[in-house]
Structures are given as structure tokens and as C-alpha cells.
Design a binder for this molecule. Structure first.
Ligand code: 13P
Ligand code: SF4
Length: 308
């Protein structure tokens, strides 16, 4: 494949030619973040996708995010630089098994974390993200039983925050589950002034030591506003790029995992600047969703946007 010498310039040219917008998640590699028109957490990205006037959405993130953009914009072309960019959490909840789980819990309202497939969204009543999950559950009548899927860690966090009893699907994120409580405690000993900031997809053993828990956008805002100098950051380290850009004087230490040297999301990192260029050049890989699934999945996303 022939790549242009000035890849960044060529991507800008294609953006004008296609009337495209590039949306990127904070877990993307720094050079993709730097070329994006908008970087955000899942809620921010959904809001951007819902309001963009561009004709083409290039989604530098994972499949469920690009799918959400397509559900909101059936007439737009939605491109995902690498179609293998999936998500262990979304994979942990297959539609047939989830439909059976739902049938075992009749009369339950289904609230699903946005990290799930369009088929699971279509089986849900309300979608939430890590930044509005607590707020959404708090709006539901206390007598209404709730299924919360697919992330058991976010579910347990919401239970602790709201005092509600949720029926949890047993899914989890391979990245956030690797952080080691033991090694975070070692870091805290080494840096006694440091604060631990963590994403709610982390296990309870890690969240127990967190000074602040929030979505990626909330972690960024907290790190910017807090007078603390050193942060141990328990989420995917792609976010450190924006933290450094916000305030290069502060010290951000990526939380260590217990089992391997790397805590990057293998799915998010499949996207590269080269693949982003090629996707725009060839208008593929594109996201397509059967219309019946799209319509069923749209309703709970719209409910989320109204409730948050
Ligand atoms: P947020 O950016 O919405 O916090 O989500 C994190 C995540 O795991 C996305 O895959
Ligand atoms: Fe999925 Fe976890 Fe990667 Fe987010 S970080 S895309 S939840 S595997």
C-alpha cells in the first residue's frame, strides 16, 4: 500500500473532500488523538455523533462506539479504521444468552452499559455510560427491579453508590481487570502524596483505594482541578496524553497490572494513523446495522440522552 509522505496532511485533505468528522476516544494512540476533531468519553462521543452535521463519521475507537454513531445516523457513512477493534466487555455478553437471562428475570428494567453490541442495546430499556450510570439508576423508582449489564464491576460500583440491588450480568473489561491492588499499594508507599484515580470498570479491590472514581472525561477534569501533584491512574494509559497536555508539570503514573507489562487496550490500539487514512481513502471498513436492530437499539440510546 502506498502511503503519502505527509499522512497528517493527506488525512486533513480527505476530511475536507468527504465532509468528514474524526471522533476519537481517549484510549487511542496520541497521534490519532491529535488529529481528531473531538476527543471524549463514551457519552461525549455519543453526543457529538448525535449532533454532527458532517456526512461521514470516522470513528477512532472500538466497534460498539462506531455502531452507536451509526444507530444515531443511519444515513451517514460511519468508518472504523480497523473492523477487528472490538471489546472484551461487549464480547462477554452474547445476545442469545442475554435474552435467556432476561427471560429468567421478568418485570426487570434492563439498563445496559454502552459497551455492548447493537443486539444487546436492542434488548435493553436504557443505555448508560460510566459518566451517567449512577444518575440514571437514581431516576428509576426504587420498587422497580433492574438488570444491569454487561459490566459487573461498574454494576457493583453503581450498587454501592445508589444503595440499589441490581441483577448483574457477569461481564468485565480485560484491561481494567488486570490492575493489581498489590502493585498499586506499593506505588502508594513509594509516593505517599499521590492520589489514586480510577475508572469504575476496575475491580472493587482497586476502587477501594481510589481517591476519585469516574469516566475518562471525569478523571481528566479531576486531575486538572485537583491541587495534587502526583496521580496513580487506573485506566487505559492512552488518557495520559491528554493529562500531559493539560498540565505537563504534574506527575501521572499509569497503574501497573499484575500479570503483564502492558495495560493498553489491545482493541483500541488496533487503530493506527495509517489505517485511519486508508479507511477514509477507500471508504471502508464501514458500519452497517440491520434496520430492525437499529431501530430497537435507538430507543434506549435516546432515553439515555434525554435522562443525562
Ligand atoms: P469512558 O470513556 O466512557 O469512561 O469509557 C471507558 C471505556 O472503557 C471505553 O471503552
Ligand atoms: Fe472494551 Fe476494556 Fe478496551 Fe474499553 S478498555 S474497549 S471496555 S476492552
Amino acid at each position: 500500500v502506498d502511503l503519502p509522505l505527509d499522512l497528517v496532511g493527506a488525512i486533513h485533505d480527505l476530511k475536507r473532500e468527504l465532509n468528514a468528522v474524526i471522533l476519537a476516544h481517549y484510549y487511542q494512540e496520541p497521534e490519532i488523538q491529535d488529529i481528531a476533531d473531538y476527543i471524549g468519553d463514551s457519552l461525549g462521543l455519543s453526543r457529538q455523533a448525535a449532533s454532527t452535521s458532517a456526512e461521514v463519521i470516522v470513528f477512532a475507537g472500538v466497534h460498539f462506539m462506531a455502531e452507536t454513531a451509526k444507530i444515531l445516523n443511519p444515513d451517514k457513512l460511519v468508518l472504523l479504521p480497523d473492523q477487528e477493534a472490538g471489546c472484551s466487555l461487549a464480547d462477554s455478553c452474547p445476545p442469545e444468552a442475554f435474552a435467556a437471562f432476561k427471560a429468567q428475570h421478568p418485570n426487570h428494567l434492563v439498563i445496559s452499559y454502552i459497551n455492548c453490541t447493537a443486539e444487546i442495546k436492542a434488548l435493553s430499556d436504557i443505555i448508560c455510560t460510566s459518566s451517567n450510570a449512577v444518575k440514571i439508576v437514581e431516576q428509576i423508582a426504587p420498587t422497580q427491579p433492574i438488570i444491569f449489564a454487561p459490566d459487573k464491576n461498574l454494576g457493583r460500583y453503581v450498587m454501592a453508590q445508589t444503595g440499589r440491588d441490581l441483577v448483574l450480568w457477569e461481564g468485565s473489561c480485560i484491561v481494567h481487570e488486570t490492575f493489581s491492588e498489590r502493585r498499586i499499594l506499593d506505588l502508594k508507599m513509594e509516593h505517599p502524596q499521590a492520589q489514586v484515580i480510577a475508572h469504575p470498570e476496575c475491580e472493587p479491590a482497586v476502587l477501594r483505594h481510589a481517591d476519585f472514581v469516574g469516566s475518562t472525561t471525569a478523571l481528566l477534569q479531576y486531575a486538572a482541578l485537583s491541587p495534587t501533584h502526583t496521580f496513580i491512574v487506573a485506566t487505559e494509559p492512552g488518557i495520559l496524553h491528554q493529562m500531559h497536555k493539560q498540565n505537563a508539570q504534574k506527575n501521572y503514573i499509569p497503574a501497573p497490572s499484575g500479570t503483564c507489562a502492558c495495560n493498553e487496550c489491545p482493541f483500541m490500539r488496533l487503530n493506527t494513523l495509517e489505517k485511519l487514512y486508508l479507511a477514509m481513502q477507500h471508504r471502508t471498513p464501514r458500519i452497517d446495522i440491520p434496520e430492525a436492530t437499529r431501530l430497537a437499539a435507538l430507543r434506549p440510546i435516546q432515553r439515555m440522552l434525554e435522562m443525562s
